[in-house]
Design a protein around this ligand. Structure first.
Ligand code: UGA
Length: 419
């Protein structure tokens, strides 16, 4: 998020300095090597580096001194109890405070629990060596991995949480050229908009997954149910794709953090807990489907297509593939896997897997294929070739990539989600 935001602000004509403590990461970026895959980002970073709009350093001091606005985009990982770990936010706030020699606007962009803004303010106030003026703001991001640049450049809305007009003016000016609706609120409200948006999107996903389970029991088609619901403008079709459930670095972590935040202020946010439960159940269901299709799993070989938590990213954090593959391995299944981008990252987490150079290699001599991530290239597979390569023509499609009638007509035993 930091790198995408930095590169996009540079593209808008600002001078951007990206700061990180990770020396190899910064050295790599200085040479133009990106630490992760995001469509369009590499080219954007290279172009803006060439135009001297984008640079990299490990020095918070250097970044602070040279900047008018400082975005905090450090990680807020999950603690074992579900709370967000804000140590990095605190640490970097203190370092910024010590380096400030004139007015700075410090903007929290990391997803943080409500009230973090006031903690940042207090921390900076206490370490403000030169007693300079400063403002703290909250400017939550709504970028999705895989389409982060587009989401930045064409936002549905920009939320600015501030305490002063000066801070509001600076941020409005910064975003003016995007021509998006800008909402100015208090810092707490801005923080809550982010939490409430992410958990609402997770709710939509769990809701449709619950509907999918009913569809399977009554012989209905969840994709049609979602379409029918989606025509209602009050509901909308987006985020109603049933499947293996949500993963990634945001929804799982944000939901846990929001449950904790609610708990701390004395509210038991039961709804969020149910969203989590449905999501976990959904992953287990995929393994159950494989079991139902193959009878005994022990000593079977299964080809997995797609490992990343969603298409167009190499991100494996909280990917449904991890749970699904581990459960299958526990049942004694041999795994062959293919993903267009995520195999390197997957290799660090998932072991005893044969990583394959193509979907066809993953299908070869496997007893079944499970589609876990709906990469575009899977939609165009040569299914007759896949059928010849598989030991038996079984496909579990956890993202409803294929049309059931068509694939069944090719002679496959096909199991989707909720249809
Ligand atoms: C999410 C939000 O969509 C962003 O607005 C937000 O800025 C970001 O979190 C964040 O907090 O940083 P992201 O996690 O990148 O973005 O990806 P999404 O596109 O939201 O997908 C999340 C998960 O939900 C994926 O595993 C995806 O496969 C799953 N999903 C999504 C479904 O299972 N069904 C759907 O209909 C949509």
């Amino acid at each position: 998020m930091g790198l995408v935001t930095g590169a996009c602000f540079a593209k808008l004509g600002n001078k951007v300095i990206c700061v990180d403590d990770d020396i190899p990461k910064v050295e790599g970026l200085k040479r133009g090597a990106l630490p992760f895959y995001e469509p369009g980002l590499e080219e954007m970073v290279h172009r803006n580096m060439k135009q001297s709009n984008l640079s990299f350093t490990t020095s918070v001091e250097e970044g602070t001194k040279a900047s008018d606005i400082i975005f905090i985009a450090v990680g807020t990982p999950q603690k074992p109890n579900g709370e967000a770990d804000l140590t990095s936010v605190e640490g970097v706030s203190r370092r910024i405070a010590k380096a400030m020699a004139e007015y700075k606007l410090i903007v929290e962009k990391s997803t943080v629990p409500v009230k973090t803004g006031s903690w940042i303010k207090r921390t900076i106030y206490l370490s403000n060596l030169h007693k300079v003026d400063f403002d703290v703001a909250s400017n939550p991001e709504f970028l999705r991995e895989g389409s982060a640049i587009e989401d930045f450049m064409k936002p549905d809305r920009i939320v600015i949480g501030v305490e002063t007009e000066r801070a509001a003016d600076i941020l409005v000016e910064l975003y003016r050229s995007l021509n998006a609706p800008i909402m100015i609120t208090s810092i707490e409200t801005a923080e809550l908009i982010k939490h409430a948006s992410n958990s609402f999107l997770a709710l939509k996903i769990s809701y449709i997954n619950a509907i999918a389970n009913i569809c399977e029991r009554v012989g209905a088609d969840v994709t049609k149910v979602a379409e029918g619901m989606g025509y209602d403008r009050r509901i909308g079709r987006e985020f109603l794709d049933a499947g293996a459930g949500y993963g990634g670095y945001c929804f799982p972590k944000d939901l846990s953090a929001f449950i904790k935040v609610a708990e701390e202020v004395g509210y038991d946010f039961e709804l969020l807990k149910v969203i989590q439960r449905i999501n976990n159940f959904q992953r287990q269901q995929i393994v159950e489907k494989a079991k139902n299709a193959l009878w005994n799993l022990k000593d079977k070989t299964i080809g997995i297509l797609g490992l990343a938590f969603k298409p167009n990213t190499d991100d494996m954090r909280e990917a449904p593939s991890i749970d699904i593959i581990r459960q299958l391995q526990q049942e004694g299944v041999q795994i062959k896997a293919y993903d267009p981008q995520a195999m390197k990252n997957a290799g660090r987490i998932l072991h005893n897997i044969e990583y394959c150079p193509s979907p066809y290699e993953a299908a070869k001599d496997s007893d079944a294929l499970i589609i876990v991530t709906e990469w575009e290239e899977f939609k165009n597979l040569d299914l007759l070739r896949i059928k010849q390569l598989l030991k038996q023509p079984v496909i579990v499609d956890s993202r409803n990539v294929f049309a059931p009638a068509k694939i069944k007509a090719l002679g496959f035993s096909y199991i989707g989600v909720g249809r």
